[in-house]
Design a protein around this ligand. Structure first.
Ligand code: SF4
Length: 325
């Protein structure tokens, strides 16, 4: 059994419907996503801005209510749970946000921020809570004297360490990391990713790591899912995605990433046009207006995510399993 299994998950947002206007449609931010995350692995989720990846992460945790589908965590459907059951389950499912400053209360001291979850879940208070927070400060590379300081006294990288300590405080098993390094300098990004990897090994954590940047998820992800306009279009082991991507969208994303290895050949694929509106996605394959390989069928029928024998899933009429290599 997978630790997390997402079945046909959807999140649609209404468009229009203000005080004096009628609802005029809906944005299909997440539109029928299926995927599973195994215990102890990191699943990277990559796509351009606006493709629905953060909405997917939040829908999995039920931080926003999905429109439909199922999310099984440890075999239990989160969408069928009462608020009380969900609260208990949430202890095991935490989130690290993109902007560490915006997500930390500027009026709270670091010790209070990190220890808040311990109080909410009645795990520790008083000296026990303080000791646990001190231990967490050490684990994320901060020092005891940071306990009484405020978020504005820290650098971006340190603030993200505080965000990580807060997520770890309640001893979760699963963490959604939503663009956790994209607001940081490149040198600091590597430190935070290394820290997340160390913590994963020590604490046997499972990550759902969201990023718009394929380069960022390469070293931390065991598998990678590529998302385009609310759907997963390719999913495979990290090695297959980076060395043998099939979907033209994945290949276009990869072609924009600088690769230091001269052995790895690279074709540059320039995408035509902008990302289409998710309110009115193109018919058939939603990627067809930008795809240099489109064929007659591509604007007529929607391709399904199909898996080859090697668990490499591709949603494409032309490059899917058993089709063109
Ligand atoms: Fe391109 Fe057609 Fe494949 Fe879509 S289905 S990615 S348009 S080749």
């Amino acid at each position: 059994m997978s630790l997390l299994e997402v079945r046909n998950l959807k999140k649609y947002f209404p468009v229009g419907g203000g005080l004096f206007s009628r609802r005029s449609g809906e944005v299909k931010a997440v539109d029928g996503v299926n995927l599973a995350v195994e215990e102890g692995e990191t699943m990277g989720l990559v796509g351009e801005s606006g493709c629905g990846k953060s909405t997917l992460g939040r829908s999995i945790l039920r931080l926003i209510e999905p429109t439909g589908g199922e999310v099984y965590f440890q075999g239990k459907n989160l969408l069928a749970m009462s608020q009380r059951e969900l609260r208990e389950m949430r202890r095991q499912m935490q989130i690290i946000f993109q902007d560490p400053y915006a997500s930390l209360n500027p009026r709270m001291r670091v010790g209070e921020i990190i220890g808040e979850g311990l109080e909410i879940h009645k795990l520790a208070k008083g000296k026990k809570k303080r000791d646990r927070v001190m231990e967490l400060l050490h684990q994320v590379g901060l020092r005891e004297e940071h306990y009484d300081r405020y978020p504005h006294e820290f650098s971006g990288g340190q603030r993200q360490r505080i965000g990580i300590a807060r997520a770890l405080a309640v001893s979760p098993t699963f963490i959604v990391a939503d663009e956790p390094v994209s607001s940081l300098d490149v040198s600091i990004q590597a430190q935070i990713i290394n820290l997340l990897q160390e913590l994963q090994e020590k604490m046997h954590l499972t990550y759902f790591f969201i990023s718009h940047d394929l380069r960022v998820v390469e070293h931390i992800s065991h598998r990678v899912a590529i998302m385009y306009l609310g759907k997963v279009v390719e999913i495979a082991s990290s090695d297959k995605i980076y060395r043998d991507a099939k979907h033209p969208y994945t290949r276009a994303l990869l072609s924009a990433v600088p690769i230091p290895d001269p052995e790895r050949k690279k074709e540059r694929i320039i995408l035509e046009g902008d990302v289409p509106s998710p309110v009115n996605p193109p018919p058939g394959c939603a990627f067809h207006p930008r795809c240099p390989y489109r064929e007659d069928i591509c604007d007529k029928a929607e391709p399904k995510l199909e898996f080859g024998a090697d668990s490499h899933g591709v949603s494409c009429h032309v490059f899917g399993p058993g089709k063109r290599v």
